[in-house]
Design a protein. Structure first.
Length: 323
C-alpha cells in the first residue's frame, strides 16, 4: 500500500509542510494547527478503489480546518467518511460537533467549512468520494454531517466491521475488482444514511428542494427507459418543461446532463459486474438508454477517459469473454 507521507522520514523543520502537502494530495487542502510542531508525528497510506479514495491516517495531536478560501479553489465536491480505529476525533460542521470513538463513523462535506481535532494520537480510516456516488439528495445529507453513527447497532453495526476489515486488508485489494468493491461500500453507506434519514422523519423544509428530490427519484427509477427526457420528467412532476430547465439551471446543470451522468454511472458499474459478464458493451449501453452504440462509446470515453470496451478489459479479470 503506497505511503504518501511518514513524518519520521523528513526533517523536523519540514514536517509541517510535508504533512500539509500530503493531506492536500490525499484529500483536499486544509489549514493546520500543531500544539507541538517539532514533535508532531504522522503517516498517511492508502489506495484508490474506483471513485473512492481510501486512506489510513495515523497522527499526533493537531487541528485541521477547511475554509472558504480552500473551497473556492476546489471544483469537485466530495463527501468524506471517517472512522477512528484507535483514539478519538472531534468533528465540527454545519453548527454541529461530534466526538467519534473507535468504531463510530461520521460523514462530512468538503464543499463547506469543517474542522477536525485530534487531542491525542489517533489512527483512523478515511474514505472520500464525489457527491454523486452517494446518490442521496444534497440537502438531506447536509442534515447528517457531523453526526455520530454508532458502529455497534443497526446498519452501522454491519458497515463498521466491514470498514475495519477494509482498513486491515488494503494491501490485499487491487486489480479489476477494486472498483466493484468501492461501489459496494458506497452503496452500503448510502443505505445506512437513507435509513437514518428515514428514521429521523426528514422532510425538506424548502418546497423547491422537495420538488427536486422527487424529480431526482423519478429520474433514478426510469434510467432504463429510452424515452426518459425533459418532457417525461416534467410531465411526471406536473410542471412545464421550461420550469424544469429553470430548476436545473439554478443548480448549474441540466436535466439532460443529469440523466446522461446517471446512465453512464450505471453502465460503468455493469461493465465490471460479474452478473453482466455475458452482456456485450452495446447491450449494456442499450439497457440504460444509449440506443446508439457509437454515441454511447463517445460519451463514455469523454467522461471516463477510455472507451467502455477498454474500461471492461482494464477492470474485469474475465476480459477474455466476449465484450
Amino acid at each position: 500500500m503506497p505511503v504518501l507521507v511518514n513524518t519520521a522520514d523528513v526533517s523536523v523543520r519540514e514536517r509541517e509542510d510535508a504533512w500539509r502537502a500530503a493531506v492536500a494530495e490525499a484529500f483536499v487542502p486544509l489549514d493546520f494547527t500543531f500544539p507541538d510542531p517539532r514533535g508532531f508525528r504522522g503517516e498517511i497510506s492508502g489506495e484508490i478503489l474506483g471513485p473512492v479514495v481510501v486512506n489510513r491516517v495515523t497522527a499526533g495531536p493537531h487541528r485541521a480546518a477547511r475554509t472558504q478560501r480552500h473551497i473556492a479553489r476546489t471544483e469537485t465536491p466530495y463527501y468524506k467518511v471517517s472512522m477512528p480505529l484507535r483514539g478519538c476525533v472531534m468533528l465540527r460542521q454545519d453548527g454541529r460537533e461530534t466526538l467519534l470513538q473507535p468504531g463510530d463513523l461520521a460523514v462530512y462535506d468538503t464543499s463547506r467549512p469543517y474542522q477536525v481535532s485530534f487531542d491525542d494520537s489517533c489512527r483512523l480510516l478515511v474514505l472520500m468520494f464525489p457527491h454523486r456516488e452517494l446518490r442521496l439528495p444534497y440537502d438531506a445529507v447536509r442534515e447528517m454531517t457531523a453526526r455520530r453513527v454508532s458502529g455497534r447497532t443497526g446498519i452501522g453495526g454491519l458497515v463498521a466491521p466491514l470498514l475495519v476489515n477494509l482498513a486491515t486488508r488494503l494491501d490485499e485489494i487491487s486489480g479489476p475488482q477494486s472498483a466493484r468493491l468501492a461501489d459496494n461500500i458506497v452503496d452500503l453507506l448510502g443505505t445506512l444514511y437513507a435509513d437514518l434519514l428515514g428514521g429521523s422523519g426528514y422532510q425538506p423544509a424548502d418546497p423547491i428542494h422537495a420538488l427536486m428530490t422527487r424529480i431526482r427519484c423519478f429520474i433514478e427509477d426510469h434510467l432504463d427507459d429510452p424515452g426518459l427526457g425533459p418532457e417525461m420528467v416534467a410531465s411526471a412532476s406536473h410542471i412545464s418543461v421550461g420550469y424544469l430547465h429553470k430548476l436545473f439551471r439554478a443548480e448549474s446543470t441540466s436535466v439532460s446532463r443529469m440523466i446522461r451522468e446517471r446512465r453512464l454511472e450505471q453502465c460503468r458499474r455493469d461493465l465490471v459486474a460479474p452478473v453482466a459478464r455475458d452482456k456485450t458493451v452495446g447491450a449494456i449501453g442499450a439497457q440504460w438508454g444509449f440506443v446508439d452504440a457509437a454515441h454511447f462509446s463517445r460519451v463514455f470515453k469523454a467522461t471516463y477517459g477510455v472507451s467502455p470496451r477498454e474500461y471492461r478489459v482494464n477492470h474485469d479479470v474475465s476480459h477474455d469473454l466476449a465484450v
